[in-house]
Design a protein. Structure first.
Length: 317
């Protein structure tokens, strides 16, 4: 091979090696610019959803509703959002938040005692007396399965006991600006546990900062182990929407008492839009899920109604 051809071949090889280094090397080497820059996905402002989405036509069965656009902090839909209502087991989200913020060991083993039984409503539990569970497993059961005995055990073993736990829950509510919220126990069985839809959006925003609460509230099914007997208990999350592929749920809690009706709060993403949804006092057995699905469908249709010319090319800062 002639010298000129050898030089050209070496140059070609060198070029290939250099290009490969841009892909495989971790060195601080600036790669060549891409051939084309992809434009950011379109973003529809909350105000346009309200204007063109006709939220007044949204027919829901819950007497208290809020749908909050978390990206802009704008309420897309509201009904009686500042009316205080009993919140049933939505209370347990604050219970878990206080436990996590306390720094108590989640590995500590806690024995279930007769002091943990529900004397108010007589609700049942699969957590037998003298069974032993870690604090982490009790949190999972209180949040995912909405078990009242688990919530009671968490409060009983809080420093200072149930009374100190409730004080800490009310102090946290005040810290978060939940001015119309009051807690009376750790499970939500008492009618003294009251809040508003607007207050609960503040609780959701704070809870979303804890990755563990995402895991604990959105795992569709889980198992816990009685450390005394080795027996395993299997549970399903009380929110049936977690078992549907159409929902992207980051935080969840259900609740029910006769006084509160059926309740549901969620932090979700619909059509690339992060939302907080709170539904209180929904009386039909499945109406809270029906309302959530109606909100989901309404928002998707609302985005299609917004004139294309109004669509911003990037999300707000």
């Amino acid at each position: 091979m002639k010298p000129a051809r050898i030089i050209a071949a070496l140059a070609t090889v060198a070029g290939i090696v250099t290009a490969a280094l841009y892909v495989t090397s971790d060195a601080n080497v600036t790669p060549p610019p891409p051939a084309a820059v992809e434009e950011p996905a379109s973003y529809i402002k909350a105000e346009d959803i309200i204007q063109y989405g006709q939220p007044n036509r949204l027919s829901l069965q819950s007497s208290v509703v809020i749908v909050m656009d978390d990206r802009e902090g704008v309420m897309l839909y509201g009904r009686n959002v500042d009316r205080p209502r009993p919140i049933a087991s939505l209370t347990k989200l604050m219970t878990a938040l206080v436990i996590l913020d306390s720094g108590l060991s989640l590995d500590e083993q806690i024995k279930i005692t007769r002091d943990d039984r529900d004397r108010l409503r007589g609700t049942r539990s699969r957590l037998n007396f003298n069974a032993v569970f870690t604090r982490y497993d009790l949190l999972r059961t209180a949040l995912g399965a909405s078990d009242n005995r688990a919530a009671a055990a968490l409060a009983r073993t809080f420093p200072g006991g149930q009374e100190a736990m409730v004080q800490a829950m009310n102090a946290k509510a005040q810290e978060l600006g939940m001015t119309q919220t009051r807690y009376a126990d750790s499970s939500g069985l008492g009618t003294g546990n009251v809040s508003t839809a607007r207050d609960l959006t503040r609780l959701v925003a704070e809870a979303r900062k804890r990755q563990m609460l995402h895991i604990l509230t959105t795992t569709a099914s889980f198992r816990i182990t009685d450390r005394a007997s080795g027996r395993e208990l299997a549970y399903h999350n009380t929110n049936r929407l977690l078992r549907r592929d159409s929902w992207d749920i980051a935080l969840s809690k259900t609740g029910y008492t006769a006084a509160a009706g059926n309740c549901l709060l969620m932090q979700v993403t619909v059509a690339n839009r992060p939302l907080t949804i709170v539904l209180l006092d929904s009386w039909g057995k499945y109406s809270r899920y029906g309302d959530a699905n109606r909100i989901h469908q309404w928002l998707q249709k609302a985005e299609r109604r917004v004139p294309h010319i109004l669509t911003a090319r990037a999300s707000p800062g």
